[in-house]
Design a protein around this ligand. Sequence first.
Ligand code: FEO
Length: 396
Amino acid sequence: MNAVKIKDDIFWVGVNDYQTSLFEGLWPIDQEGVSYNAFVINDEKVAIIDTVKTIKADEYIKKIKSLIGDKKVDYLIVNHMEPDHSSGITDLLTEYPEMVIVGNKKTFPIMNNFYKITKNLHEVGEGDTLCLGKHTLQFFMTPMVHWPESMVTYDVTDKVLFSMDVFGSFKAPVGSIFDGDNDLDAFEEPTRRYYACIVGKVAGQALKALNKLGGIEISTICPSHGLIWRDNPKHILDMYVKMSAKETDPGVVIAYGSMYGCTQKAAEMLAIALKNEGVKEVKLYDVAKTDISFIISDIWKYKGLFLGAPSYYGQIFPKMANLLYKLGEIRVDNHKVGFFADFSWSGGADKSFNEFIEHAKVDTLNEILMIKGTPDEQDVADLNELAKKMAKEIIQ
Ligand code: FEO
């Protein structure tokens, strides 16, 4: 895509990345890619808002030049220092060595750490403004959403919010960057997966940021990833408020690990029993086969959660340990969580589950149901009972 006009003097100069397999080296984005959105305000003074990952810097700079020709860049606004947005700074500085870099007091030490840049810096704080001519920019600090230095930039003139990671999503828009030209249902899961994995740990701070931004009039939201919300910014605002408030839908995720099918059998029995109890949304995930980002995304959505795993050398099945680690980080304190563990010659999974329960302050449905190998008649009855209890919690 070429540069795209958003408002009279405001343009998108972002890029789509289909090369990177793992976002942050962790989260799979092979299927749908991700966009790094950056923007030019072509006023009396030229301001650029954020850069892109350095692997795509050539494309980004070409787009900037297509808009401003031989004009110089006066300001680079750095909303966020994570290198998916900042690693293009050195490329941009090579083209425009005189530009002034705008950030806050927490931006510049991180910039020095990554890129050893210490000159031509302009520090801004909460509510400060910067006049470009026709446009005035205002800055709001949104610490820990997603890093300590994170801030957003508001174009007071056109009421455009450059919101950095806030309101972002996985999935690179194809053909058009605008919400009105895209199937919003197709962006729901990538938005939630992005939120749960990247922002989930700081949902409380995200809510504070949203409350702060709730006081300003917004015509268009320009996040650093995903769609530009020009036609229906309320759609993404509402979704973010719901996710940040940790509101859930009725439904149950069953995440299990299984070495030889015994725990899987118990998980499937639970799924059938939940359906029999009238729970319509039941998601069944094998933690060894599905990347945890997809499981966490559904866990963020649904109120009920069952976790089941076998013991493995006196510990818990390692792939479940990985999921527990991330759940401990993002917290599932708004969920009802049931547990089952399988063993034959030694326990261990139960110990890890109990440590998780204590550490993450989990609202548990049951004491861990221990199953010896293949579920027997009593186990089946216990699983049915668990499903009944969960259904009562879910369908109110
Ligand atoms: Fe898209 Fe926290 O960087």
